[in-house]
Design a binder for this molecule. Structure first.
Ligand code: DOR
Ligand code: ZN
Length: 335
C-alpha cells in the first residue's frame, strides 16, 4: 500500500536556533514543504532584522532542500500599523503568548484586555495578518484551555475580520468554538491525536509526552480525532514539534514539548489508515492550511509505503515521540 501527499505543511513548528536548529530543521525539510515557524527564541523574534536573520539561519541549515519557513513575529501590543505594513511581506502570522504561560514566553502579553490589544489587532485585521494564539490561562492545569475559551470568544467577536488560529487545541470545547465563530480556526498536533493524560502520567511518568497544553481526557481526544479525521475545513496539522535535549526532559523540572517532526507523516498516515480516513489526510496536512492561510506551497510529493519503520532512539541528543518503537508506515520517496 502506498500513499502520496502533496506539499505537506506543518503549521506550528519550533526549529530553535544554533546547534539544535542544525539538527532539527533538516529533519522537517526532508518531508515537509513548509511550515509556520514559532518565534519563542531567547530573546523572542520581535524585529524584522531578527526575523530576517533567523530565517536566513534556517535556510542555511537546509541547503538545497525545498522547505519554505513561514516566519512569525512574537506578538507585542505596541507594533504600529506602519511596522506591520512593512512586516507583512516577511511573515505568515503573528504569535501571541500570554506572559510566562509556556517555554520562553516571559515577554508575552500581561493583559488580555481588549483595550490594550485593539490597535494592533485592528491593524492586523486590515492588513490580513493571521493571529496565532497559545490559548491557556494560568489556572488549574486541566482547565487552562477551557478557561481561555472566553478570551477566544471575545477576540472573535470584537475583531470579526481578524483570522484567529487557536494553536494546538486539546479539548472538545475548543473544537466546538470552531462552529460558533467564522473567524476561528485551529491547529491540531500529532501527539494530541494519540495520547491522553493517562499516557503522560497514568502509569510510569513519561517526560517525553509532557507538553503544554497538557494532553486531556479521552472524550477530548475523540473530539480532536473526529475533527482531524473528517478533515474539518477549519483545522490544520501543526505538529508543535518542540525539541529539548534529552537531559532536559529526563530530569527533575522536565521541559515541556514533544519532538515529533521527523516521524509526523508516518504516524499520521498510520492513524488515518487505522480509522479508514486516508482520503482525508491530504486536506489535514496541506489543503486546509493553504486555503486558511491563502498560501501556495512549494511543490513536494512525499510517498509513504506500508512498510514498518523503526523510529530512532534519538536524533542527536533529542528523543522523539515513539522512540525505538515501530510505526507501520515509512517514507518511500520525496520528489
Ligand atoms: O510543550 C510546549 N513546548 N508547548 C509550548 O507552547 C512551547 C513548546 C516549546 O517551545 O518548547
Ligand atoms: Zn508551540
Amino acid at each position: 500500500m502506498i500513499i502520496t501527499l502533496n506539499s505537506p505543511l506543518d503549521m506550528h513548528l519550533h526549529l530553535r536556533d544554533d546547534e539544535m536548529l542544525k539538527v532539527v530543521a533538516p529533519l522537517s525539510a526532508k518531508t515537509f514543504a513548509g511550515g509556520i515557524i514559532m518565534p519563542n527564541l531567547v530573546p523572542p523574534v520581535t524585529t524584522l532584522k531578527a526575523l530576517k536573520e533567523y530565517k536566513q539561519r534556517i535556510l542555511d541549515t537546509i541547503d538545497d532542500e525545498n522547505f519554505d519557513p513561514l516566519m512569525t513575529l512574537f506578538f507585542k501590543n505596541d507594533y504600529s500599523y506602519e511596522f506591520l505594513k512593512e512586516a507583512k511581506e516577511y511573515i505568515g502570522a503573528i504569535k501571541l503568548y500570554p506572559s510566562g504561560i509556556t517555554t520562553n514566553s516571559q515577554g508575552g502579553v500581561s493583559s488580555l484586555d481588549i483595550a490594550s490589544l485593539k490597535e494592533t489587532f485592528e491593524a492586523m485585521s486590515e492588513l490580513e495578518i493571521p493571529l496565532c494564539v497559545h490559548g491557556e490561562t494560568n489556572g488549574f492545569v486541566m482547565d487552562r484551555e477551557a478557561e481561555f475559551g472566553d478570551v477566544y470568544e471575545s477576540f472573535a467577536t470584537h475583531f470579526p475580520k481578524l483570522k484567529i488560529i487557536m494553536e494546538h487545541i486539546t479539548t472538545k470545547h475548543s473544537v466546538s468554538l470552531l462552529e460558533k465563530y467564522d473567524n476561528l480556526y485551529a491547529t491540531i498536533t500529532l501527539h494530541h491525536l494519540y495520547i491522553t493524560l493517562d499516557d503522560v502520567a497514568g502509569g510510569m511518568l513519561n517526560p517525553h509526552l509532557f507538553c503544554k497544553p497538557i494532553a486531556k481526557r479521552p472524550e477530548d481526544k475523540e473530539a480532536l480525532l473526529k475533527a482531524a479525521l473528517s478533515a474539518h475545513p477549519k483545522v490544520m496539522f501543526g505538529s508543535d514539534s518542540a525539541p529539548h535535549p534529552t537531559h532536559k526532559k529526563e530530569c527533575c523540572g522536565c521541559a515541556a514539548g514533544v519532538f515529533t517532526a521527523p516521524i509526523a507523516l508516518q504516524a499520521l498516515t498510520q492513524l488515518f489508515e487505522e480509522h479508514n480516513a486516508l482520503d482525508n489526510l491530504q486536506a489535514f496536512v496541506s489543503d486546509n492550511a493553504q486555503r486558511i492561510y491563502n498560501y501556495k506551497p512549494l511543490e513536494k510529493k512525499v510517498t509513504l509505503e506500508k512498510i514498518s519503520y523503526l523510529v530512532p532512539q534519538t536524533y542527536s541528543n533529542i528523543t522523539p515521540m515513539f522512540a525505538s518503537e515501530e510505526l507501520k508506515w515509512s517514507v518511500k520517496s520525496v520528489l
